[in-house]
Design a protein around this ligand. Structure first.
Ligand code: ZN
Length: 391
């Protein structure tokens, strides 16, 4: 893998570092400094002029239906699996896949295989084993088996609560699955996450609160998502965030969902910060390839579109341009914060020794110009690299 030197690029690590050079070597960030031009003398070093570009850590999207999802309107509404190019062109270098409503015709083993395919294409990929349902249908037979024997499995999910599509679990059932995940996380040295889909139903975050109040499980292992789906759920998200829990906001949306009361992720971020929820508790995920169904009051499907991973970076841009939040703050929701949730110590930061997941954005438009994942160049739309740097 050839060394790469990115010169004079404005770095957000995600903290603002100003103009620096970045040396990428052996798949990691070898050095960040004011002038590393000496490194260009090494044989085979590719040099990129970073003028007009911003370097940010590769985005982490911790909730994507990589194998497709949906199907709530019958077989023809099953959503397709993701292609690697869609993730790369969205600046995403680390993805966590999940199943959803359909845990009947889609399987954990297929999800793991899809993650492995994305890894072979140069990305980092993980999964939550299971689907909406409890008990969890795993690949090996037990949650502990999946967690300890399959390297891609970081936890279980997305377990649906407060939704007519959930398995209507009790607090005891949720706590039992969570405890298995927690112990297996300890044994396998992984985060051991319970990714929770919060629906539009009556109970909101109520069942999760009950588990937290009546068990000894740590709040940080629960990762509830879609917390911007309505004003009511948003209010519960504020309380959960102030209590030290993770607050995950979904960036894929539609005009009709927004009209029906969904709070856009950028607006929700601004309002959470105004309410005193610490920035380091808040993440964005795209819900990419998931179905975005609109149901009637009787629970029938009224309309459906498909979530997009491109919404992740779009939400970052909008949080900066429309909500007035500084880029270095917004970036944390898609880099260092999800890395903390997932327990990925070498991800989500541009610092010496971190994995060389570097996304170069146009400094005016913040659109993706080039993507390096684990030191390999995956995307270069502008042809600006001086040397041939294909992996
Ligand atoms: Zn969901």
């Amino acid at each position: 893998m050839p060394m790469k030197l990115i010169r004079n690029v404005t770095i957000y690590a995600p903290e603002f570092l100003g103009k620096r050079d970045i040396l990428v070597t052996g798949g990691v960030v070898g050095a960040i400094g004011e002038d590393l031009t000496g490194a260009s003398e090494f044989p085979g070093v590719g040099v990129l002029d970073g003028e007009g570009l911003v370097a940010v850590p590769g985005l982490i999207d911790a909730h994507v239906h990589i194998l497709g999802g949906g199907g709530e309107g019958g077989f023809e509404t099953r959503t397709p699996e993701i292609e690697v190019g869609e993730l790369v062109s969205a600046g995403i270098t680390t993805v966590v896949g999940c199943l959803g409503t359909d845990g009947i015709t889609r399987y954990a083993a297929g999800l793991v295989a899809k993650a492995k395919a994305l890894k072979q294409a140069g990305l980092e990929a993980f999964v939550y084993t299971g689907s909406y349902q409890l008990p969890v249908r795993t690949a090996t037979g037990t949650i502990g088996g999946d967690m300890t024997l399959i390297e891609e499995v970081l936890g279980i999910g997305e377990i649906a609560l407060a939704d007519h599509r959930s398995s209507q679990p009790t607090a005891g059932e949720l706590a039992k699955a969570a405890s298995e995940t927690h112990v297996a996380g300890l044994l396998s040295g992984k985060a051991g996450i319970v990714n929770i889909h919060i629906g539009d139903g009556k109970s909101g975050l109520g069942l999760l609160r009950q588990v937290l109040e009546t068990s000894d499980l740590p709040i940080g292992m629960f990762y509830p998502t879609h917390l911007n789906r309505s004003e009511r759920v948003f209010e519960e998200a504020v309380r959960h965030g102030l209590a030290g829990g993770w607050v995950d906001l979904t960036t894929s949306t539609t005009e009709s969902l927004l009209q029906m009361g969904e709070v856009s992720a950028p607006e929700a971020l601004r309002r959470l910060l105004e309410r005193g929820v610490p920035l380091d508790r808040i993440t964005f995920t795209s819900d990419g390839q998931g179905s975005l169904p609109v149901f009637t009051e009787e629970g029938r499907l009224a309309a459906m579109t498909v979530g997009s991973v491109a919404s992740l970076l779009e939400a970052v841009k909008s949080a900066v341009s429309r909500e007035g939040i500084p880029l270095e703050q917004v970036l944390k929701t898609v880099t260092s914060n999800p890395a903390a949730v997932l327990g990925l110590e070498r991800k989500g930061r541009l610092s010496e020794g971190a994995d060389a997941d570097v996304v170069l954005l146009d400094e005016e438009t913040l659109s993706v110009e080039a993507v390096i994942a684990q030191g390999s160049l995956l995307l270069d739309r502008q042809g600006r690299f001086r040397d041939e740097l294909a992996p």
